[in-house]
Design a protein around this ligand. Structure first.
Ligand code: HEM
Ligand code: HEM
Length: 188
């Protein structure tokens, strides 16, 4: 099943059973950013309007969100240009399907979450500042579009959390119960 070339034809250093270092680095940096952004998002929307410092959290959320979006695009580009390591031969077909689908849906959420946040904030009079630097304001003030994209942003956040929980449980199962090499493929 797309197992690829035999090891004998490759240089000793090319290990096709693991993710590459850039893929691993991007996976962990983005995972940390996303978990931090989910916490920050839910924390900041609970701050009552008019409290000094509220805007600081919103601006930080937008800046880190734009940074996460850029890193996610980089990661997707890398992923499209590089084949992931094939799953171990013993993996059952339903398990391989489950991994494929859950990873695909994680990528979809990784794209849609920053995109909907960006779009919602673009249709807001405050615009978006990237660590203090105002980004070009290509949109206009539009309450309906702002609220529409924000409702997507809120719903996708819930789906994202559910997928992350399933993903982490699956990773822990591989590490602690199956004790196979799946977890190690994503470690340097
Ligand atoms: C929180 C955000 C996270 C996201 C969005 C995420 C997303 C992904 C995606 C999309 C892949 C597939 C990589 C590819 O084929 O290109 C992957 C692989 C992996 N992730 Fe995560 N991940 C997250 C957090 C975590 C955490 C916290 C763990 C560990 C507890 C983890 C463990 C792994 C492992 C072990 C793999 C490799 C699976 C394999 O070899 O097929 N991830 N992750
Ligand atoms: C990985 C990226 C992101 C994650 C995980 C994330 C997560 C969240 C979460 C969990 C909330 C709270 C939702 C709720 O009230 O139910 C939120 C709110 C918000 N996000 Fe994001 N976000 C991301 C990217 C962005 C980006 C790129 C922007 C804009 C540039 C943005 C702008 C906002 C704004 C303005 C709110 C608050 C809206 C309100 O007033 O209720 N987010 N985000």
């Amino acid at each position: 099943m797309g197992g690829g070339n035999q090891m004998s034809a490759l240089p000793v250093t090319a290990d096709k059973t693991r993710y590459t270092l850039p893929a691993i680095g991007l996976h962990w940096v983005i995972a940390l950013l996303i978990i931090g952004m989910l916490c920050l998002g839910y924390y900041m929307v609970g701050i009552p309007k008019g409290i000094p410092g509220r805007a600081v959290y919103f601006n930080l959320h937008k800046s880190l969100g734009v940074l996460a979006g850029a890193l996610i695009l980089l990661r997707l580009g890398w992923r499209l240009a590089h084949r992931p390591p094939p799953l171990p031969r013993a993996t059952s077909r339903p398990m391989a399907r489950a991994a494929q689908w859950s990873h695909g849906l994680l990528y979809l959420c990784m794209l849609l979450q920053p995109a909907t946040g960006f779009l919602s904030s673009s249709f807001n009079k405050y615009g978006i500042k990237f660590f203090g630097l105002a980004l070009p304001n290509w949109a206009w003030e539009d309450k309906h579009l702002r609220e529409l994209f924000m409702s997507y942003h809120q719903s996708i956040a819930i789906a994202f959390i559910a997928l992350i929980v399933i993903h982490v449980l699956a990773a822990c199962k591989h590490l602690l119960i199956d004790r196979d090499r799946i977890f190690g493929r994503m470690l340097p």
